[in-house]
Design a protein around this ligand. Structure first.
Ligand code: SAM
Length: 249
């Protein structure tokens, strides 16, 4: 993996450490406006996509969200045993306030919080029924290693569901690139009222992202079975991948 021709985009598994640290500080700077910009840049569809992913969970399951960010997804995981993982202490602190606040109001126990990267998950093998990754997979420095770690912590028969940006092929990717670099930039500037808002740099993570086919192949290579990956409406702006850890392996 790694050749541009093979990915339909740039090499998605190779964000170097300096670029990743810059990306992390830009992501942290989005916290105050994160939900509002997401809502506008997806025409309000981010909620529907999150619900689509959430509906894969069954009551009582043990869930890990990798790259929980400020808790926009995890706060609505109801009736589940939830662990939120993120490398950013600032994101985790925001998620904890938000997710535990929501859980308390529903009479549920607090979630667990782990400060770590997907590529090195400090949790035991075969622990989770389901792992969710919402708009964080694109930010992993080494995506294949992140998937290997997710595979390890899933129970046999457990499932991974990823939702991230959509990129069917180079042409679709070009329109995505235009969207990220024009409309999203205007929206972020209007909402944040800042000329140098963090979405300026975040468009890069889309440029580096590969195609659906590339990640389906990567999931299979890591050992997942029943792998699928499809673009979600409108315009294939996002994609959803699913894979299951074999029951015997
Ligand atoms: C755009 S936010 C996603 C937040 C949330 N999951 C949601 O539904 O909107 C991306 C998150 O991925 C995290 N992230 C970046 N690199 C990561 C890595 N290597 N492993 C795990 N999480 C990572 C960032 O710290 C950030 O909080």
């Amino acid at each position: 993996m790694g050749k541009r021709a093979a990915t339909g985009g740039y090499d998605p598994s190779g964000i170097d450490l300096d670029a990743w640290e810059t990306l992390e500080s830009q992501l942290e700077a989005t916290i105050p406006n994160y939900d509002r910009v997401n809502k506008w840049m997806t025409f309000g569809q981010d909620k529907r996509w999150r619900r689509n992913v959430r509906n894969h969970a069954q009551p009582g399951m043990k869930i890990l969200e990798v790259g929980c960010g400020p808790g926009s997804f995890a706060e609505d995981l109801v009736g589940l045993d939830v662990t939120c993982l993120d490398p950013s202490a600032e994101m985790l602190a925001t998620a904890k306030r938000r997710v535990d606040g929501a859980r308390r109001s529903r009479g549920e126990a607090p979630a667990a919080y782990v400060e770590a990267i997907a590529e090195s998950i400090p949790l035991p093998d075969n622990t989770f029924d389901m792992v969710f990754c919402l708009f964080s997979f694109r930010d992993f420095q080494d995506k294949e290693q992140g998937l290997r770690e997710i595979f390890r912590v899933l129970k046999p028969g457990g499932r991974l569901v990823i939702c991230d940006a959509g990129k069917a092929n180079r042409i679709h990717g070009f329109f995505g690139y235009l969207w990220m670099n024009t409309v999203v930039q205007w929206m972020a500037r209007i909402i944040t009222r800042e000329k140098n808002h963090p979405w300026k740099g975040l468009a890069n993570s889309y440029t580096h992202y590969g195609t659906n086919g590339y990640y389906r192949a990567m999931l299979r290579k890591v050992g997942f079975e029943a792998v699928d990956g499809r673009l979600l409406l409108p315009f294939g702006m996002s994609s959803r991948f699913r894979g299951t850890k074999p029951k015997s392996n």
